[in-house]
Design a protein around this ligand. Structure first.
Ligand SMILES: [Zn+2]
Length: 323
């Protein structure tokens, strides 16, 4: 409500209304407006400075969330990094040495660390440190995983090769366990048939009764199967690969032919006394890179007949011990 102002006129001894001229009034109103506008601006700036604008507050919150997400991602990456390290240790300490693989070169494992300069595009932001650290960590994990994957490829190949080798090497007795051994490998004082002295016995004899099953001692290819002019009588020779051959002599019957592929436990023939022999027995040889080896070093004698049968029976269920 407008309040009227009065001033005292001492000459006329009366009060009269005080009228402000219109121009002065307009100036006062304008000045008031300017002052309040200025105050509002100062107030706004102060508030903004202290609490930020709503948009700015939202952005800051967003940045905070992103930083938190980055931190969680870093923790997860650290976890995977530790997992990779455990795998690397198993690989270097267990798998590769067992398979006779050389350790993966340290330089290949660390893969040339590069350096922070590669991330110039990430520099200059509030979160640059976090982003660069995360990127570094991720590329480190990626590289180590790739190296590990290659190493496991080698381990798998070596393990396949090792299994193939185990299947092929002549690693069992050629006859069931209850058949006793006869003359051993080495120089014997006197040959039982020829009577010659100091002639090496190049195999291991087994006192197998006539018609005893003779089994392939490892997988391979039959390279010879027939009559020997050298005194072996009917004999079979198998090439096992990896430098190994085995030979089965004095047989009464041959059950395979040249070129046949056999696996360990396949029946190759029946024992006999053909060739230069004093009576039914099996003469068995193991040859490595052309040199005769003591066959006893390639099998062990602790298997019982039942255990030997279990080992063989997968291939020859009905044949074993029938004779
Ligand atoms: Zn012999």
């Amino acid at each position: 409500m407008p309040v009227k102002k009065y001033i005292h006129d001492s000459e006329k001894i009366e009060f009269r209304e005080h009228r402000v001229p219109g121009k002065v009034l307009a100036i006062r109103i304008f000045a008031g407006f300017i002052v309040s506008l200025g105050l509002s601006l100062i107030y706004f700036l102060l508030i903004s400075k202290m609490f930020g604008s709503p948009k700015q507050t939202l952005l800051e919150k967003e940045v905070e969330i992103r930083r938190h997400e980055f931190a969680m991602m870093m923790a997860e990456m650290e976890h995977y990094s530790e997992l990779l390290e455990d795998i690397r240790i198993s690989d270097e300490v267990r798998f590769r040495p067992v398979l006779e693989l050389d350790p993966v070169d340290d330089e290949v494992r660390s893969g040339g660390m590069g350096g922070l300069r590669r991330h110039t595009h990430l520099e200059g932001y509030a979160s640059s440190d976090v982003m660069i650290a995360a990127t570094e960590k991720l590329s480190n994990i990626r590289r180590r995983a790739a190296v590990q994957s290659r190493s496991f490829g080698e381990v798998r190949d070596a393990s396949d090769e090792w299994n193939r080798r185990l299947e092929h090497l002549p690693l069992i007795r050629p006859v069931r366990s209850s058949v006793r051994m006869g003359d051993v490998f080495g120089i014997r004082s006197r040959h039982p048939v020829t009577g010659r002295i100091g002639v090496p016995h190049r195999g291991q004899d087994f006192r197998a009764p006539l018609g005893t099953n003779i089994y392939a001692t490892g997988a391979g290819t039959v390279t010879e199967a027939g009559w020997s002019i050298g005194g072996y009588g009917y004999y079979v020779k198998i090439d096992h690969g990896f430098g190994y051959e085995s030979l089965y002599a004095h047989l009464s019957k041959i059950e395979v032919s040249e070129g046949d592929m056999v696996v360990r436990g396949d029946l190759v023939g029946l024992s006999g006394s053909t060739g230069v022999s004093t009576g039914p027995h099996l003469h068995y040889e193991v040859i490595y890179r052309g040199v005769h080896r003591d066959p006893r070093n390639y099998f062990h004698e602790i298997l019982t007949d039942a255990e030997y049968k279990d080992m063989i029976s997968a291939r020859n269920t009905n044949l074993f011990l029938a004779r």
